[in-house]
Design a protein around this ligand. Structure first.
Ligand SMILES: [Zn+2]
Ligand SMILES: [Zn+2]
Length: 191
């Protein structure tokens, strides 16, 4: 897909709306965001309730307001330096934070607004057929925001379910061994 202009900002929030935030994209920021990955580790799965948790890393300075300033935003210390943020009213999982990288915050991609991902509904162009009502969309940055740039904890791939991605993969995190492509279940020992 050709590279399109970047949005100046996008919005997101939790399910109940108590937490709302804006992410800015100054011209010198990554576009599409490079720190965008799917992590199949069990902690990300448990926290997100998803087999394919996906987060995008943004500079804390590009996010406003600061999530910790919002009354229903709570964090759970999931590791010695890491925490996961959520809304204490509706339970929406929102963020991953690591004290080793205090200038970055990872946002759970599903917390981004529908309009940011798939655009606005164009009701006047809607039509109906035997499949139901089709409402075209205009705008949205779901491809650029949603296309995963990397895959980590591929060791937890589920054969035939979560192992079909083509991109760069690591067995655990990106420090633990070399990058590869393909399915973990098809790798064979070499000795
Ligand atoms: Zn909420
Ligand atoms: Zn993870």
């Amino acid at each position: 897909m050709p590279e399109r202009a970047r949005p100046s900002s996008i919005t997101g929030g939790c399910l109940c709306g108590a937490i709302r935030f804006t992410i800015r994209f100054p011209n010198d920021s990554d576009w599409p965001p490079k720190g965008n990955g799917i992590c199949q580790c069990t902690m990300c799965r448990k926290h997100s309730g998803s087999l394919l948790p996906q987060n995008i890393s943004f500079p804390v300075a590009h996010l406003s307001p600061s999530l910790s300033s919002l009354p229903t935003y709570k964090t759970y210390a999931s590791g010695p330096t890491t925490s996961r943020g959520f809304c204490s009213t509706c339970g929406s999982p929102l963020s991953f934070n690591d004290k080793k990288d205090p200038d970055l915050v990872e946002i759970n991609i599903g917390a981004l607004d529908e309009e940011a991902l798939i655009g606005d509904k164009v009701e006047e162009e809607a039509w109906e057929d035997e499949y139901g009502r089709h409402v075209p969309r205009k705008g949205g940055w779901g491809y650029e925001l949603g296309f995963p740039q990397y895959h980590i904890f591929a060791e937890n791939e589920i054969k035939g379910v979560t192992d079909g991605f083509e991109g760069d993969k690591w067995l655990t995190d990106r420090k633990g061994g070399n990058v590869f492509k393909g399915k973990v279940g098809e790798m064979r020992r070499k000795d």
